[in-house]
Design a protein around this ligand. Sequence first.
Ligand code: C2E
Ligand code: MG
Ligand code: MG
Length: 328
Amino acid sequence: MAEQILDDFVAPFLISGHELLTTPSLGIAVFPDDGEDYDTLLKKAQSATFYAKQAGRNTYRFYTEAMNNNAAEHLRIYNGLRHALARQQFVLHYQPQVDLSNGRIIGAEALVRWNHPDKGLIPPASFIPVAEESGVIVQLGEWVLREACRQAAQWQQQGLPPLVMAVNLSGVEFKRGNLEQSVEQALADSGLPPPQLELELTESILIQDTANVLATVKRLKSQGIKLSIDDFGTGYSSLAYLTRLAVDKLKIDQSFVRHLVQEPENGPIVRAVIQMAHSLNLIAIAEGVEDSHARDFLLEHGCDEAQGYFYSRPLPADDFAALLAQQG
Ligand code: C2E
Ligand code: MG
Ligand code: MG
């Protein structure tokens, strides 16, 4: 029957003079072996559908117990994410960014976590890819922007020293969302001055759909916000975009910084990125500074700013504010 259904979909649909092709993926759960009620059967059929899609679509899969673990986990995250925003389960932690010359906090990076009712705090690596796949990242990204701007403005109103708030962007937000409007809205609602918002882009965002991304980023920049390239040195760079986009900052990826002592071959890379940043009039910031050796190396080679466990882990808002207040 599954093959018959797939066969029936081979012929294109003719709609308003266009030929539309579909590639169905079927997941099958069987009563009563896989379940005795509708909800159980549907859940298992959905798991099986996920496997059919993974197998390249246009095919079918019967549910098996082995699918349960992987696919169910994926499905749980997928389904849970859809409700997580409405249920206010996301929280932002803030990691200090310091001026290397004196160790003072001059910025914060907003890092999202999912406060799951059963599993506790889930790190972004476990759900951002699923959020990107399902499109939830667009609303999530909007929320992160709004919340990070609101928080930065509030700290300032409370008399804490002004900061630059850095927010990570996903490539999907460029494609699907209305990024410019979200940024404008977040700034307008919070009252945060545009130069105190920094957007972190990765090299991978810049190489997909370049013309569109370039245009969007240029318009964002003209509002006065800052721009940094995250995880610099790990992607495929076209160095031309650094000047074309009027980038402000390069964030040297933590894989080069974390083990500067244990892996001395990273030293020349870090040095070269700092020099390149400076000859392009950009600020160099090192991520993943975990010990005083890395700090000393960076200072010696003229790096401007740093972020890492040596200074502080990402902190809940209240702890961050306390740290900032303590510095006076
Ligand atoms: P990222 O933007 O490169 O953020 C830095 C990551 O390195 C953070 O992990 C941070 O906790 C970790 N880190 C900072 N200092 C150190 C250190 O000294 N040693 C080590 N080992 N790690 C350090 P986190 O919070 O798990 O975030 C992981 C990634 O998830 C981020 O990488 C970013 O790409 C993504 N992400 C986080 N929040 C958001 C968000 O709101 N939107 C989007 N699109 N992506 C986000
Ligand atoms: Mg980042
Ligand atoms: Mg990074």
